[in-house]
Design a protein around this ligand. Sequence first.
Ligand code: NDP
Ligand SMILES: O=C1O[C@H](COP(=O)(O)O)[C@@H](O)[C@H](O)[C@H]1O
Length: 313
Amino acid sequence: MDANVKNAVTPTTPPKVENGSPSEITLDEFEDLSALSKNDDSTVSITVVGASGDLAKKKIFPALFALYYEDCLPKACHFTIFGYARSKMTDAELRNMWFPNCAVSFRENCSEKMDEFLKRCFYHSGQYDSEEHFIDLDKKLKQHEGSRVSNRLFYLSIPPNIFLDVVKCASKSASSVNGWTRVIVEKPFGRDSESSAALTRGLKQYLVEDQIFRIDHYLGKELVENLSVLRFSNLVFEPLWSRQYIRNVQLIFSEDFGTEGRGGYFDSYGVIRDIMQNHLLQILALFAMETPISLEAEDIRNEKVCAMLQQQL
Ligand SMILES: NC(=O)C1=CN([C@@H]2O[C@H](COP(=O)(O)OP(=O)(O)OC[C@H]3O[C@@H](n4cnc5c(N)ncnc54)[C@H](OP(=O)(O)O)[C@@H]3O)[C@@H](O)[C@H]2O)C=CC1
Ligand SMILES: O=C1O[C@H](COP(=O)(O)O)[C@@H](O)[C@H](O)[C@H]1O
């Protein structure tokens, strides 16, 4: 979770929303969604909003399949994945669209696993600001969830100007009545601290902070994940990792392709905002923070915030 955003506004208790439900399991439990399958009475439904887009196709669905392949999703029939967007598509068309990107070279039984996984994937076409269309989605989700406890996750893979429309409709018309409801928000979280705080205030009209997961996909990269292990578990590096021994730190970001489809986004938002204030600052914080009391998410977050405040970044 992005701590700077989290701390950008004074937490307030949001008004209770119709059909809304507060979180019922902790962040740690959430990390292993497969744990939910131990309880035969619960299901997880993941709705990827903006399913027709680039991010969904290239990253989210392959990642969901990888989770399924590694048994990190509840067993089949205890999870459902819905794509939601305005484009008209059938379930089969959605599956065909995702398939090529998901079919990476996993180990054995990949195609069987893929068949099982795709059978749990469905599509619902709707407008982002239509409560009616989210009510229709809710009905479809219920058909798959049956009478079990339903836990629902909405992944916002859409441009930021429609985040709030979706959160409003999803929380009013399609949130879980008996389990948790959570929302994953993709960057950018606003274009400056004022708009970031405004976004957080907007989200909190419908959700409490524990329901909001701001994602920075750089933190999932192997190299970045290994940074903490390298720093804190390596007897050679650990004592040397300080200002006494390190004079200069450079973070170099390079891509081997051009602007491609990002021209409009870069013009209005900027390359620095695209990469630096999120991905690269997260890495710098991981690099510069003091040793956290544990490698739990909240403890690392706390140390990253301290490191940033000390550097006045
Ligand atoms: N692509 C990437 O690698 C990354 C993207 N992100 C962020 O994730 C989000 C999604 O990215 P990406 O998939 O590339 O974006 P897209 O531009 O592909 O948009 C996703 C979907 O949203 C709908 N959409 C697009 N523009 C509008 C609009 N103006 N009004 C309403 N709906 C619209 C379209 O679906 P339909 O027309 O079917 O409704 C589209 O398929 C963005 O916030 C982006 O900044 C973050 C990290 C990396
Ligand atoms: O968030 C973004 O990241 C990608 C780079 O990430 P990668 O995992 O594909 O290396 C960047 O190309 C994109 O512009 C930016 O929005």
